[in-house]
Design a protein around this ligand. Structure first.
Ligand code: ADP
Ligand code: MG
Length: 652
């Protein structure tokens, strides 16, 4: 074969390319390491190409079909070389592809830059896969040697990123492309090992991070320097160092998720999870699925066994990695899953995600939204399945992540129906037992119209609430809310399958039985008979409460506080004040137990000495007691203590 010799020439980059190059050269972008991903993925694409074409034309292979990508760091020349034996380029192809910008991704990147008034926005670089040109982020000179199959001569392309490049013919024996990066001076500083791209271990970890699942081996020489050892295994001090070269393949090549589910052992999933997400514990549950349809993807999702310490802080987000045809695209894709699923870990691999598309565009892409919705659906389905088929495991999950799910109830309106059935609550049904709302309603007697709940800090405090006494007596089950988020969730739900939620500390208990109607009537009569007493107490406490009522729910306690049916509840008031939102106050109603001795005492006092300090003090004490029962501090603890003390002193 004869070929015309092509002499060396210097050419200018396109204007757009110049712009991009300028940006790369002057980049102070911290994520420069992505250049390696870009160059390896180009090498892999080139091998894909020849691999595919050789299926119909074996001659292309020139007998060389051990596809590989080789990394060669060289301290002496200050270079990092990346070679492949893929489909090399002809002279014209190099000019057409390397000197110009044809990619839509890069075009939109540049447009974006224009929008921003051409500022060097470094963040933007990381958001776009800028392909080949990213080499200029780390290299002051890029030399590309390439030979297409069937060509006798190769092509040498070289640029320092200054707006021009040179191109000439050269000898190149092996097929494929070799890219030699003469690194910037600062990219081999050992005080920044992560940025030292001549450091073999840095390179190895970058390959693991970004290119682990490239289908072809990525190889690198490791040089072992050793001194010979004596009989006891000790290094011989003054012996010369021997160097042995060991070729290692850096990537694992077969993505776990592309393998058949039935062929993957649990340990393999576990190891994979632990490596990828730096966890020391096996995951609680694995979801591995392949989906074909409107959007095509494979996903492996993990529910961890324990909540990370920062799960309930703002910074915490789900870690779902994106891959495109096994090439890593994004570390964690924000907004893929709703916030309440931020404990999820995993990855999605889809040919519909493109490597070179911007993160912003990707994040708004329809496909991604669809994938997100699908993932959410399958996570909820998995949880449903766990709840019905493996209750102990579900409860383990609940203990770690229940709070997050409850958060979902008031943030994710669309899935509220599904989420409400995933909720577990402690209840008066049994200590240390959790109930679903479905089970609660199943146990409800026919005439019970509402779902009762009580708020408190634990079983002991809730069970002893005076407001619980009547319900206890009647054997009516009450759901317990121990966590802040519980009440928000309940308020968001308002009802479950037509049954409203009703706090035991609110207005009327709405009990629908003969006893209740009777005791209600009775209470009304007592109220009528004691009108002036009630008025006197109300007057004394007028700054603190909205009204005084005769209780029909109290059995042994003298007093309790409830809130009316309109405003916020007392516990919500408490939560809000802890969150420094003190504006809202519950409407307090003081309920008195007419059968308690204290009531009789008040009556007598009122009849004989309604203006006395003792009567006033008793009213204040009643209110303070009611506050204490609610877990709230008396408004004036010192005066409260003084009143108690003087009472104690009076006792004979
Ligand atoms: P993309 O990979 O999205 O096409 P790049 O900027 O990464 O964009 O690469 C531009 C083009 O340069 C590629 O499409 C390919 O034609 C060519 N190219 C780059 N690297 C190689 C390589 N190692 N072997 C063959 N062709 C390459
Ligand atoms: Mg590329």
């Amino acid at each position: 074969m004869t070929q015309e010799t092509i002499s060396k020439e210097t050419r200018e980059f396109q204007t757009e390319t110049k712009q991009l190059l300028d940006l790369m050269v002057h980049s102070i972008y911290t994520n420069r390491e992505i250049f390696l991903r870009e160059l390896i993925s180009n090498a892999s694409d080139a091998i894909d190409k020849i691999h595919f074409e050789s299926l119909t034309n074996r001659d292309l292979l020139e007998g060389n079909s051990d596809f590989e990508i080789i990394l060669k760091p060289d301290e002496a020349t200050h270079t990092l070389t990346i070679s492949d034996n893929g489909m090399g380029m002809t002279h014209d192809e190099v000019i057409a592809t390397i000197g110009t910008i044809a990619k839509s991704g890069t075009k939109s990147f540049l447009e974006k830059l224009k929008d921003r008034g051409n500022t060097t926005d470094n963040e933007l670089i990381g958001q776009f896969g800028v392909g080949f040109y990213s080499a200029f982020m780390v290299a002051k000179k890029v030399t590309l040697l390439t030979r297409a199959p069937g060509q006798t001569k190769g092509v040498k392309w070289e640029s320092t990123g200054d707006g021009t490049y040179t191109i000439e013919e050269c000898d190149k024996e092996s097929r494929g492309t070799t890219i030699i990066l003469t690194l910037n001076d600062e990219t081999d500083q050992n005080d920044h090992p992560d940025e030292n791209f001549l450091n073999r271990y840095t390179l190895e970890s970058l390959v693991k991070k970004y290119s682990d699942y490239i289908r072809y081996p990525i190889k690198m020489d490791f040089i072992k320097e050793e001194k010979p050892r004596d009989a006891e295994g000790k290094e011989i001090e003054d012996a010369p160092v021997t160097k042995t070269v060991e070729v290692r393949t850096l990537n694992s090549m077969t993505p776990l998720w592309t393998r058949n589910k039935s062929e993957i052992k649990p340990e393999e999933y576990h190891q994979f999870y632990k490596n990828l997400f730096q966890d020391w514990e096996d995951p609680l549950e694995i979801i591995h699925s392949k989906v074909e349809g409107a959007v095509e993807y494979t996903t492996v999702l993990f529910i961890p066994s324990h909540a990370p310490f920062d799960l309930y802080t703002k910074e915490s987000e789900s870690k779902i990695m994106l891959y495109s045809k096994h090439v890593f695209v994004m570390d964690h894709c924000k907004d893929l899953l709703p916030e309440y699923l931020r404990f999820m870990r995993g990855l999605v691999d889809s040919p519909d995600f493109s490597l070179n598309i911007s993160r912003e565009i990707l994040q708004h892409s329809k496909q991604l939204k669809l994938v997100g919705k699908n993932l959410e659906k399958s996570i909820l389905k998995t949880l449903e399945r766990l709840l019905t088929n493996d209750r102990p495991k579900y409860e383990k999950f609940w203990k770690e992540f229940g709070t997050a799910i409850k958060g979902g109830v008031y943030t994710d309106f669309q899935n509220r129906e599904k989420l409400q059935d995933l909720l577990l609550f402690p209840s008066s049904h049994g200590t240390d037992e959790l109930t679903t709302l479905a089970d609660y309603t199943k146990r409800m007697p026919e005439n019970q119209k509402v779902i009762y709940y009580a708020t408190g800090k634990d079983y002991a405090s809730v069970e002893r609430l005076p407001q619980m006494e009547l319900l206890h007596d009647k054997g009516i089950e009450v759901i317990y809310l121990f966590e802040r988020v519980d009440e928000f969730a309940i308020e968001a739900l308002k009802e479950y399958k037509g049954k409203a939620f009703h706090s035991v500390s609110r207005g009327d208990l709405n009990l629908d039985d003969k006893d209740a109607t009777e005791s209600k009537k009775e209470a009304e009569e007592i109220l009528k008979d004691n009108e002036s007493l009630i008025k006197a107490i109300t007057d004394q406490l007028k700054d603190k409460i909205s009204s005084v009522k005769i209780s029909n729910r109290l059995k042994s306690s003298a007093v309790c506080l409830v809130s009316d049916d309109q405003g916020i509840s007392l516990s919500m008031e408490h939560i809000l004040s802890e969150m420094n939102q003190t504006m809202l106050k519950a409407n307090r109603i003081l309920e008195l137990n007419p059968n308690h001795e204290v009531f009789t005492k008040l009556k007598t006092l009122h009849e004989t000495a309604s203006d006395s300090q003792t009567f006033k003090d008793y009213c204040d004490l009643l209110y303070d007691q009611a506050l204490l029962i609610e877990g709230l501090p008396p408004e004036d603890p010192i005066s409260f203590a003084n009143k108690i003390a003087s009472l104690m002193a009076q006792t004979k």
